[in-house]
Design a protein around this ligand. Structure first.
Ligand code: LMR
Length: 417
Protein backbone atom coordinates (compact mmCIF):
# COMPACT_ATOMS: atom_id res chain seq x y z
CA UNK A 1 0.00 0.00 0.00
CA UNK A 2 2.73 2.44 0.95
CA UNK A 3 5.54 1.45 -1.45
CA UNK A 4 5.40 4.87 -3.02
CA UNK A 5 5.29 6.81 0.28
CA UNK A 6 7.43 9.95 0.53
CA UNK A 7 9.25 11.11 3.61
CA UNK A 8 7.91 14.49 4.80
CA UNK A 9 10.44 16.59 6.74
CA UNK A 10 9.39 17.36 10.33
CA UNK A 11 7.53 20.58 11.07
CA UNK A 12 10.25 23.23 11.49
CA UNK A 13 8.94 24.91 14.62
CA UNK A 14 8.20 21.69 16.52
CA UNK A 15 11.57 20.26 15.42
CA UNK A 16 13.25 23.39 16.79
CA UNK A 17 11.58 22.86 20.19
CA UNK A 18 12.80 19.25 20.22
CA UNK A 19 16.34 20.43 19.37
CA UNK A 20 16.21 22.98 22.19
CA UNK A 21 14.98 20.39 24.69
CA UNK A 22 17.84 18.05 23.72
CA UNK A 23 20.49 20.79 24.10
CA UNK A 24 22.42 20.35 27.36
CA UNK A 25 24.05 23.80 27.40
CA UNK A 26 23.07 25.52 30.66
CA UNK A 27 22.38 28.96 29.23
CA UNK A 28 20.40 27.84 26.19
CA UNK A 29 17.57 30.21 25.25
CA UNK A 30 14.34 29.19 23.52
CA UNK A 31 12.89 31.95 21.36
CA UNK A 32 11.27 29.50 18.94
CA UNK A 33 7.71 28.35 19.42
CA UNK A 34 5.20 30.99 20.48
CA UNK A 35 4.44 29.95 24.04
CA UNK A 36 4.28 32.37 26.96
CA UNK A 37 6.94 32.09 29.67
CA UNK A 38 7.05 33.96 32.98
CA UNK A 39 9.94 36.12 34.23
CA UNK A 40 11.86 32.97 35.23
CA UNK A 41 11.40 31.25 31.90
CA UNK A 42 8.71 28.87 33.16
CA UNK A 43 5.31 28.05 31.64
CA UNK A 44 2.62 30.14 33.33
CA UNK A 45 -0.78 28.88 34.42
CA UNK A 46 -2.97 31.99 34.45
CA UNK A 47 -4.44 32.69 37.92
CA UNK A 48 -7.89 33.05 36.28
CA UNK A 49 -7.44 29.58 34.76
CA UNK A 50 -6.37 28.12 38.12
CA UNK A 51 -9.50 29.55 39.72
CA UNK A 52 -11.70 28.24 36.92
CA UNK A 53 -10.17 24.77 37.34
CA UNK A 54 -10.95 24.82 41.07
CA UNK A 55 -14.58 25.67 40.38
CA UNK A 56 -14.82 22.99 37.71
CA UNK A 57 -13.23 20.26 39.80
CA UNK A 58 -16.27 20.27 42.07
CA UNK A 59 -18.67 19.35 39.28
CA UNK A 60 -16.66 17.72 36.56
CA UNK A 61 -18.33 15.03 34.50
CA UNK A 62 -16.78 13.37 31.50
CA UNK A 63 -19.75 13.21 29.17
CA UNK A 64 -19.74 13.98 25.45
CA UNK A 65 -20.30 17.56 24.40
CA UNK A 66 -22.82 18.26 21.63
CA UNK A 67 -21.32 17.91 18.14
CA UNK A 68 -20.85 21.66 17.69
CA UNK A 69 -19.44 22.02 21.20
CA UNK A 70 -20.33 23.57 24.54
CA UNK A 71 -23.17 26.05 23.99
CA UNK A 72 -22.04 28.47 26.73
CA UNK A 73 -18.50 28.46 25.35
CA UNK A 74 -19.64 29.14 21.77
CA UNK A 75 -21.79 32.00 22.96
CA UNK A 76 -19.08 33.55 25.16
CA UNK A 77 -16.46 33.14 22.44
CA UNK A 78 -18.68 34.94 19.92
CA UNK A 79 -19.47 37.69 22.44
CA UNK A 80 -15.78 38.14 23.10
CA UNK A 81 -14.85 38.47 19.43
CA UNK A 82 -17.76 40.70 18.46
CA UNK A 83 -18.24 42.64 21.68
CA UNK A 84 -21.64 42.60 23.43
CA UNK A 85 -23.33 45.18 21.18
CA UNK A 86 -22.41 43.71 17.82
CA UNK A 87 -23.08 40.23 19.21
CA UNK A 88 -26.62 41.28 20.18
CA UNK A 89 -27.24 42.59 16.66
CA UNK A 90 -25.61 39.69 14.86
CA UNK A 91 -26.37 36.63 16.99
CA UNK A 92 -29.22 35.26 14.88
CA UNK A 93 -27.05 35.51 11.79
CA UNK A 94 -24.12 33.66 13.34
CA UNK A 95 -23.09 30.04 12.90
CA UNK A 96 -20.58 28.83 15.50
CA UNK A 97 -18.72 25.61 16.11
CA UNK A 98 -16.20 24.71 18.80
CA UNK A 99 -12.93 23.57 17.25
CA UNK A 100 -9.55 22.02 18.00
CA UNK A 101 -7.95 25.38 18.71
CA UNK A 102 -7.19 27.89 15.93
CA UNK A 103 -5.88 25.26 13.52
CA UNK A 104 -9.06 23.23 13.87
CA UNK A 105 -11.12 26.38 13.29
CA UNK A 106 -9.18 27.13 10.10
CA UNK A 107 -9.67 23.56 8.96
CA UNK A 108 -13.42 23.67 9.64
CA UNK A 109 -13.61 27.00 7.81
CA UNK A 110 -11.83 25.42 4.84
CA UNK A 111 -14.19 22.43 4.84
CA UNK A 112 -17.20 24.73 4.91
CA UNK A 113 -15.84 27.10 2.26
CA UNK A 114 -15.16 24.34 -0.21
CA UNK A 115 -18.38 22.42 0.46
CA UNK A 116 -20.55 22.13 -2.61
CA UNK A 117 -17.98 23.75 -4.95
CA UNK A 118 -16.91 21.98 -8.06
CA UNK A 119 -13.79 24.09 -8.77
CA UNK A 120 -10.90 24.49 -6.35
CA UNK A 121 -11.47 27.72 -4.42
CA UNK A 122 -8.68 30.28 -4.36
CA UNK A 123 -7.25 31.49 -1.10
CA UNK A 124 -4.90 34.45 -0.76
CA UNK A 125 -2.35 34.15 2.03
CA UNK A 126 0.00 36.93 3.20
CA UNK A 127 3.74 36.39 2.74
CA UNK A 128 5.16 35.80 5.26
CA UNK A 129 2.56 34.09 7.41
CA UNK A 130 2.15 31.47 10.13
CA UNK A 131 3.90 28.35 8.91
CA UNK A 132 0.78 26.17 8.95
CA UNK A 133 -1.58 28.26 6.81
CA UNK A 134 -0.45 26.90 3.47
CA UNK A 135 -0.48 23.34 4.72
CA UNK A 136 -4.02 23.52 6.13
CA UNK A 137 -5.53 24.95 2.96
CA UNK A 138 -3.42 23.09 0.41
CA UNK A 139 -4.36 19.82 2.12
CA UNK A 140 -8.02 20.75 1.60
CA UNK A 141 -7.45 21.29 -2.12
CA UNK A 142 -7.45 25.10 -2.11
CA UNK A 143 -5.38 26.91 -4.66
CA UNK A 144 -3.04 28.95 -2.42
CA UNK A 145 -1.88 32.33 -3.73
CA UNK A 146 0.46 34.57 -1.80
CA UNK A 147 0.77 38.34 -1.67
CA UNK A 148 3.55 40.49 -0.29
CA UNK A 149 2.62 41.67 3.18
CA UNK A 150 5.99 42.80 4.46
CA UNK A 151 8.75 44.88 2.97
CA UNK A 152 12.17 43.57 4.10
CA UNK A 153 13.81 46.86 3.06
CA UNK A 154 11.69 49.10 5.27
CA UNK A 155 11.12 46.23 7.75
CA UNK A 156 7.48 47.25 7.84
CA UNK A 157 4.04 46.34 6.54
CA UNK A 158 3.86 46.72 2.76
CA UNK A 159 0.38 48.20 2.67
CA UNK A 160 0.54 49.21 -1.00
CA UNK A 161 1.25 45.64 -2.08
CA UNK A 162 -1.58 44.49 0.16
CA UNK A 163 -4.06 46.92 -1.41
CA UNK A 164 -2.85 46.05 -4.91
CA UNK A 165 -3.12 42.30 -4.30
CA UNK A 166 -6.69 42.61 -3.07
CA UNK A 167 -7.68 44.82 -5.98
CA UNK A 168 -6.30 42.23 -8.38
CA UNK A 169 -7.76 39.24 -6.52
CA UNK A 170 -10.37 37.11 -8.20
CA UNK A 171 -13.84 37.99 -6.82
CA UNK A 172 -15.32 35.41 -4.45
CA UNK A 173 -11.91 34.28 -3.28
CA UNK A 174 -10.95 33.81 0.35
CA UNK A 175 -8.29 35.99 2.00
CA UNK A 176 -6.57 35.09 5.27
CA UNK A 177 -6.29 38.02 7.63
CA UNK A 178 -4.33 37.99 10.88
CA UNK A 179 -6.79 39.81 13.17
CA UNK A 180 -3.92 41.32 15.19
CA UNK A 181 -0.29 40.61 16.11
CA UNK A 182 0.61 39.36 12.65
CA UNK A 183 2.67 36.18 12.90
CA UNK A 184 5.62 36.38 12.21
CA UNK A 185 6.14 40.08 11.46
CA UNK A 186 4.34 41.80 14.36
CA UNK A 187 3.18 44.44 11.86
CA UNK A 188 -0.55 45.24 11.74
CA UNK A 189 -2.44 47.79 9.65
CA UNK A 190 -3.47 51.05 11.36
CA UNK A 191 -7.19 51.74 11.95
CA UNK A 192 -7.25 53.87 8.81
CA UNK A 193 -5.61 51.13 6.77
CA UNK A 194 -8.08 48.55 8.13
CA UNK A 195 -10.95 50.79 6.94
CA UNK A 196 -9.39 51.04 3.50
CA UNK A 197 -8.88 47.26 3.40
CA UNK A 198 -12.49 46.61 4.44
CA UNK A 199 -13.67 48.80 1.56
CA UNK A 200 -11.61 46.83 -0.95
CA UNK A 201 -12.92 43.51 0.41
CA UNK A 202 -16.44 44.79 -0.17
CA UNK A 203 -15.71 46.16 -3.61
CA UNK A 204 -14.04 42.92 -4.75
CA UNK A 205 -16.51 40.62 -2.95
CA UNK A 206 -13.73 38.80 -1.12
CA UNK A 207 -14.34 36.52 1.83
CA UNK A 208 -12.36 37.65 4.90
CA UNK A 209 -11.16 34.74 7.01
CA UNK A 210 -9.70 36.03 10.26
CA UNK A 211 -7.08 34.03 12.08
CA UNK A 212 -7.58 35.40 15.59
CA UNK A 213 -5.05 33.66 17.80
CA UNK A 214 -4.03 36.67 19.90
CA UNK A 215 -7.17 38.53 21.00
CA UNK A 216 -6.29 40.36 24.22
CA UNK A 217 -2.81 38.88 24.26
CA UNK A 218 -1.52 41.43 21.77
CA UNK A 219 -2.31 44.72 23.49
CA UNK A 220 -3.77 43.48 26.77
CA UNK A 221 -7.17 44.74 25.60
CA UNK A 222 -9.59 42.51 23.68
CA UNK A 223 -11.55 45.45 22.24
CA UNK A 224 -8.42 46.91 20.65
CA UNK A 225 -7.32 43.56 19.30
CA UNK A 226 -10.75 42.74 17.85
CA UNK A 227 -11.02 46.08 16.05
CA UNK A 228 -10.62 44.68 12.52
CA UNK A 229 -13.02 41.76 13.06
CA UNK A 230 -15.76 44.07 14.34
CA UNK A 231 -15.15 46.66 11.64
CA UNK A 232 -15.44 44.11 8.83
CA UNK A 233 -18.56 42.45 10.21
CA UNK A 234 -20.32 45.69 11.13
CA UNK A 235 -19.37 47.91 8.22
CA UNK A 236 -18.79 45.79 5.15
CA UNK A 237 -21.78 43.55 5.93
CA UNK A 238 -19.92 40.83 4.07
CA UNK A 239 -19.98 37.27 5.25
CA UNK A 240 -16.86 36.70 7.32
CA UNK A 241 -15.20 33.85 9.19
CA UNK A 242 -13.33 34.15 12.48
CA UNK A 243 -11.02 31.42 13.77
CA UNK A 244 -10.50 31.83 17.50
CA UNK A 245 -7.84 30.19 19.58
CA UNK A 246 -7.54 30.30 23.37
CA UNK A 247 -4.03 28.81 23.37
CA UNK A 248 -2.13 32.06 23.85
CA UNK A 249 -4.64 34.34 25.55
CA UNK A 250 -5.61 31.77 28.21
CA UNK A 251 -2.38 29.77 28.13
CA UNK A 252 -4.45 26.70 27.18
CA UNK A 253 -1.98 25.38 24.62
CA UNK A 254 -2.51 21.67 25.11
CA UNK A 255 -6.26 21.72 25.68
CA UNK A 256 -6.96 22.76 22.07
CA UNK A 257 -9.69 25.29 22.78
CA UNK A 258 -10.99 27.15 19.76
CA UNK A 259 -14.10 28.24 17.96
CA UNK A 260 -15.07 28.97 14.38
CA UNK A 261 -17.57 31.80 13.91
CA UNK A 262 -19.30 32.54 10.66
CA UNK A 263 -21.07 35.88 10.35
CA UNK A 264 -23.70 35.51 7.64
CA UNK A 265 -26.16 38.05 6.29
CA UNK A 266 -29.46 36.24 6.93
CA UNK A 267 -30.92 34.08 9.66
CA UNK A 268 -31.72 31.42 7.10
CA UNK A 269 -28.07 31.20 5.96
CA UNK A 270 -26.98 30.97 9.59
CA UNK A 271 -29.31 28.00 10.20
CA UNK A 272 -28.12 26.23 7.05
CA UNK A 273 -24.39 26.82 7.61
CA UNK A 274 -24.78 25.80 11.25
CA UNK A 275 -26.20 22.47 10.08
CA UNK A 276 -23.31 22.06 7.64
CA UNK A 277 -20.77 22.73 10.40
CA UNK A 278 -22.46 20.10 12.52
CA UNK A 279 -22.18 17.51 9.78
CA UNK A 280 -18.55 18.42 8.99
CA UNK A 281 -17.53 18.26 12.65
CA UNK A 282 -19.29 14.92 13.17
CA UNK A 283 -17.41 13.35 10.29
CA UNK A 284 -14.05 14.73 11.46
CA UNK A 285 -13.91 14.51 15.27
CA UNK A 286 -17.49 13.55 16.18
CA UNK A 287 -17.55 16.08 19.01
CA UNK A 288 -14.88 18.35 20.50
CA UNK A 289 -12.91 17.99 23.76
CA UNK A 290 -14.70 19.33 26.82
CA UNK A 291 -12.24 20.34 29.53
CA UNK A 292 -10.57 23.40 28.00
CA UNK A 293 -13.87 24.77 26.70
CA UNK A 294 -15.33 24.46 30.21
CA UNK A 295 -12.34 26.32 31.67
CA UNK A 296 -12.73 29.12 29.11
CA UNK A 297 -16.50 29.46 29.39
CA UNK A 298 -16.34 29.52 33.20
CA UNK A 299 -13.95 32.47 32.95
CA UNK A 300 -15.80 34.34 30.23
CA UNK A 301 -19.23 33.83 31.79
CA UNK A 302 -18.37 35.23 35.23
CA UNK A 303 -17.73 38.95 35.79
CA UNK A 304 -15.13 38.49 38.52
CA UNK A 305 -13.22 35.77 36.70
CA UNK A 306 -13.37 37.67 33.43
CA UNK A 307 -11.83 40.68 35.17
CA UNK A 308 -9.12 38.44 36.63
CA UNK A 309 -8.42 37.17 33.11
CA UNK A 310 -8.13 40.73 31.82
CA UNK A 311 -5.54 41.31 34.54
CA UNK A 312 -3.68 38.21 33.36
CA UNK A 313 -3.72 39.53 29.80
CA UNK A 314 -2.18 42.75 31.06
CA UNK A 315 0.49 40.82 32.97
CA UNK A 316 1.48 38.86 29.85
CA UNK A 317 1.35 41.66 27.32
CA UNK A 318 3.16 44.11 29.63
CA UNK A 319 5.97 41.65 30.26
CA UNK A 320 6.36 41.00 26.55
CA UNK A 321 6.43 44.73 25.81
CA UNK A 322 9.06 45.37 28.45
CA UNK A 323 11.25 42.52 27.17
CA UNK A 324 10.90 43.85 23.62
CA UNK A 325 12.18 47.19 24.93
CA UNK A 326 14.97 45.52 26.94
CA UNK A 327 16.25 43.63 23.90
CA UNK A 328 16.11 46.77 21.80
CA UNK A 329 18.05 48.72 24.45
CA UNK A 330 20.65 46.00 24.66
CA UNK A 331 21.01 45.77 20.88
CA UNK A 332 21.56 49.47 20.43
CA UNK A 333 24.09 49.65 23.26
CA UNK A 334 25.34 46.13 23.83
CA UNK A 335 28.81 45.38 25.09
CA UNK A 336 31.42 42.73 24.52
CA UNK A 337 31.88 39.73 26.73
CA UNK A 338 34.61 40.24 29.31
CA UNK A 339 35.30 36.59 30.11
CA UNK A 340 34.43 33.07 29.11
CA UNK A 341 31.09 33.14 30.85
CA UNK A 342 28.67 34.01 28.08
CA UNK A 343 26.03 35.18 30.54
CA UNK A 344 28.16 37.94 32.02
CA UNK A 345 28.99 41.00 30.02
CA UNK A 346 30.69 44.32 30.47
CA UNK A 347 28.76 47.05 28.80
CA UNK A 348 30.61 49.41 26.52
CA UNK A 349 28.13 52.11 25.66
CA UNK A 350 29.72 52.95 22.34
CA UNK A 351 29.16 49.43 21.10
CA UNK A 352 25.91 48.22 19.58
CA UNK A 353 24.59 45.84 16.99
CA UNK A 354 25.12 47.15 13.45
CA UNK A 355 22.05 48.58 11.74
CA UNK A 356 18.83 50.09 12.97
CA UNK A 357 16.57 48.21 15.40
CA UNK A 358 13.58 50.57 15.41
CA UNK A 359 11.49 47.90 13.69
CA UNK A 360 11.64 45.75 16.82
CA UNK A 361 9.98 48.52 18.82
CA UNK A 362 7.38 49.22 16.11
CA UNK A 363 6.23 45.60 16.03
CA UNK A 364 3.66 44.26 18.48
CA UNK A 365 2.49 40.98 19.91
CA UNK A 366 4.27 37.81 20.82
CA UNK A 367 6.93 37.95 18.15
CA UNK A 368 9.90 40.03 17.11
CA UNK A 369 10.89 39.77 13.47
CA UNK A 370 14.57 40.58 13.62
CA UNK A 371 15.56 40.59 9.95
CA UNK A 372 18.68 38.41 10.43
CA UNK A 373 20.05 36.25 7.62
CA UNK A 374 19.69 32.46 7.83
CA UNK A 375 23.44 32.01 8.47
CA UNK A 376 23.28 34.32 11.51
CA UNK A 377 20.22 32.43 12.78
CA UNK A 378 22.19 29.18 12.41
CA UNK A 379 25.28 30.60 14.08
CA UNK A 380 23.18 31.81 17.02
CA UNK A 381 21.76 28.32 17.40
CA UNK A 382 24.97 26.36 16.93
CA UNK A 383 27.47 28.57 18.72
CA UNK A 384 25.34 30.44 21.25
CA UNK A 385 22.51 27.95 21.88
CA UNK A 386 19.89 30.60 21.09
CA UNK A 387 16.95 29.06 19.23
CA UNK A 388 14.72 31.07 16.89
CA UNK A 389 12.69 30.30 13.77
CA UNK A 390 14.67 30.15 10.50
CA UNK A 391 13.20 33.48 9.34
CA UNK A 392 14.64 35.14 12.51
CA UNK A 393 11.29 35.39 14.24
CA UNK A 394 11.74 35.36 18.00
CA UNK A 395 9.13 34.61 20.61
CA UNK A 396 9.74 37.56 22.91
CA UNK A 397 8.15 35.68 25.82
CA UNK A 398 11.29 33.53 25.91
CA UNK A 399 13.27 36.56 27.08
CA UNK A 400 13.69 37.53 30.72
CA UNK A 401 15.96 39.67 32.90
CA UNK A 402 18.43 36.78 33.23
CA UNK A 403 18.95 36.12 29.50
CA UNK A 404 18.15 39.29 27.57
CA UNK A 405 21.69 40.71 27.80
CA UNK A 406 23.14 37.40 26.64
CA UNK A 407 20.78 37.33 23.66
CA UNK A 408 21.40 40.98 22.72
CA UNK A 409 25.16 40.64 23.03
CA UNK A 410 25.26 37.37 21.12
CA UNK A 411 23.34 38.92 18.21
CA UNK A 412 25.73 41.88 18.28
CA UNK A 413 28.78 39.63 18.31
CA UNK A 414 27.48 37.50 15.46
CA UNK A 415 26.73 40.54 13.32
CA UNK A 416 30.16 42.01 13.98
CA UNK A 417 32.12 38.84 13.21
C1 LMR B 1 3.99 29.52 16.66
O1 LMR B 1 3.73 30.22 15.67
O2 LMR B 1 5.14 29.31 17.07
C2 LMR B 1 2.86 28.89 17.43
O3 LMR B 1 1.65 29.33 16.94
C3 LMR B 1 2.99 27.43 17.55
C4 LMR B 1 2.66 26.70 16.29
O4 LMR B 1 1.78 25.85 16.34
O5 LMR B 1 3.27 26.96 15.24
Amino acid sequence: WFDQAHFIPPDAIFALTAQYVADTFLQKVNLGQGTYRDENGNPWVLPSVRKSREILSQKLYHEYLPIVGLASFRQEAAKLALGPELFAKQQDKLATCQSLSGTGALHLAGLLLRAGRTSRPKIYIPEPTWSNHHQVFASLGFQCETFQYYNPETKDLDIDSYYAALKAAEPNSVVIIHACAHNPTGCDPSKEQWRELAGIFKERQLFPLFDAAYLGFNSGNVDNDAFAIRLFIEETKLEAGVCLSFAKNMGLYGERVGCFLLATSTEDTAVKTQSMLEMLQRSEVSNPPAYGAKIASTILGDDTLRQAWHDDLTTMSDRIRSMRRALYDRLVSSGKRSDNNPGRTTLTRSAGAPGSWEHLIRQSGMFGFLGLSPDIVLKLREQYHIYMAGNSRISIAGLNEQNVAYVGDSITECLKQ
